[in-house]
Write a protein that binds this ligand. Structure first.
Ligand code: FAD
Ligand code: PYC
Length: 416
């Protein structure tokens, strides 16, 4: 640490941090912008950042009904990977992975991106066949992916219960070494700071309550802080996508479901990778603070409450205990839920809507955190050019009428 940094640290500590420079401004909304983005989650903020960086469009507002990064971005379990089955999804998620790999340096913000690897377990013959198929498809797409069998898994993850007598015996897993975790809040903060520095207005506590349209074209939004004009509008509101689409006068094939997670009390390092099992509905990693980060499958009912039912997490904890009997006496510390927007084929919608100049980015379901940079990158391109990038062209809303679905239920980390 330089002498200047030490003095600045001491000065700020003694002044109760009052002189610390704000990471982003808190501007009042202007009457109009070239682009208005609704939703300051990671995806909305990344979109604003790449609009400025890649397309030189800086007359942009990001409107957020709460605080930035307080939606699913704040509530997710931060698993990042790109091992999807179909070419379209694999290319999109791999673009994101490549962006992750340089993002801390690019934003000059430590995102704590840790490529500690992710295992997706197989518990029966069909699981293993699916794993082989997906690993082969990944490798054909240039994505690192391997099949690991139970004896090797036992060596690599010593506390994992690989006994053949287990209720759901582990036969093997797919493994992606470049996969891992990142610090969720830092991702929102890093993109927010960089977008703000480029001139983007991030306006919190500003809820969009309606759309202004002229001859089938969006011309602005109504908010609790008044009307804001817009050349183009991008909706990036995750679990609230159906609500916003209804306001604009069209329907989406999405359902909003609760998705829960929880963390244990912190313990010393015991798990240096990420273990996921779709079959038993549970996954676990260990945070840098030492907490076990545990997640469940979705609650099957539709709802907007950011919480879920106890029976789901009871089942998940039973599953995690089955995978790691050594965790059986761990105490849980915190539990929460988010609202995820799921599509029928478990892949997102990124593109145009039936309203001119109104675009949407939604339907990431249980798996959009990993896509944050890639999603922002392709959505910025779509907004700037008025047309999708080849990477997101297959993810149009029209695929539900053409039938060109991209079914990634098998690769979704969490059943939905
Ligand atoms: P959000 O972060 O939800 O941002 C949307 C924003 O829009 C919110 O801040 C909201 O307040 C705002 N908004 C809504 N309506 C309005 C309005 N009318 N006006 C203004 N603003 C509005 N994905 C992974 O890849 N890996 C994981 O490990 C993972 N784990 C998860 C675990 C849980 C428990 C949950 C809930 C999700 C998980 N996900 C995971 C999914 C991931 O969190 C989401 O796909 C991703 O964060 C979506 O980002 P976003 O920016 O689109 O949404
Ligand atoms: O998509 O990898 C994923 C995931 C893990 C936990 C929730 N989603």
């Amino acid at each position: 640490m330089s002498r200047y940094s030490i003095f600045s640290l001491v000065r700020n500590a003694l002044s109760y941090h009052e002189n610390w420079q704000r990471a982003w401004r808190s501007p009042d909304p202007k009457p109009a912008y070239d682009v208005v983005i609704i939703g300051a989650g990671g995806h909305g903020l990344a979109t604003a950042y790449y609009l400025a960086k890649e397309h030189g469009i800086t007359n942009v507002a990001v409107l957020e009904k709460g605080w930035l990064g307080g939606g699913n971005t704040a509530r997710n379990t931060t698993i990042v990977r790109s091992n999807y089955l179909w070419d379209e999804a694999a290319h999109l998620f791999e673009k994101s992975m490549k962006l992750w790999e340089g993002l801390s340096q690019e934003l000059n913000y430590n995102l704590m991106f840790s490529q500690r690897g992710v295992y997706n377990l197989g518990h029966n013959l069909q699981d293993m066949r699916d794993i082989h198929r997906r690993v082969n498809a990944n490798r054909l797409n240039g994505i690192d992916s391997e099949v690991v069998y139970a004896d090797e898994l036992a060596r690599r993850v010593p506390y994992l219960n690989t006994s053949p007598a287990a209720r759901y015996p582990i036969l093997g897993a797919s493994f992606q070494q470049r996969a891992g975790v990142a610090r969720h809040d830092a991702v929102a903060w890093g993109f927010a700071r960089a977008a703000d520095a480029a001139g983007v207005d991030i306006i919190q506590n500003c809820e969009v309550t309606g759309f202004h349209q002229d001859n089938g074209r969006v011309v602005g939004v109504e908010t609790n802080r008044g009307r804001i004009g817009a050349g183009k509008v991008g909706i990036v509101v995750a679990g609230n996508s159906g609500v916003l689409a209804e306001m604009a006068g069209f329907r989406l094939p999405v359902e909003s479901h609760p998705l829960q997670a929880l963390v244990s009390e912190p313990v010393k390092p015991i798990l240096d990778t990420v273990i996921m099992s779709n079959a038993v509905h549970g996954y676990v990693s260990q945070s840098d603070k030492g907490e076990l980060v545990i997640g469940a499958g979705i609650d099957s009912y539709i709802g907007y409450g950011q919480r879920g039912s106890l029976n789901i997490i009871e089942g998940t904890l039973a599953a995690v205990k089955e995978l790691f009997p050594v965790f059986s006496r761990m105490r849980m510390l915190r539990h929460w839920g988010g609202t995820v927007d799921t599509c029928p084929d478990a892949t997102p919608i990124i593109g145009k809507t039936p309203v001119d100049n109104l675009f949407i980015n939604c339907g990431w379901g249980t798996g959009g955190f990993k896509a944050t940079p890639g999603s922002g990158w392709v959505f910025a391109h779509t907004l700037a050019r008025g047309e999708p990038h080849p990477l997101n062209a297959p993810f149009s809303l029209e695929r539900y009428t053409t039938g060109y679905l991209i079914d990634e239920h098998g690769a979704a980390g969490v059943a939905h």
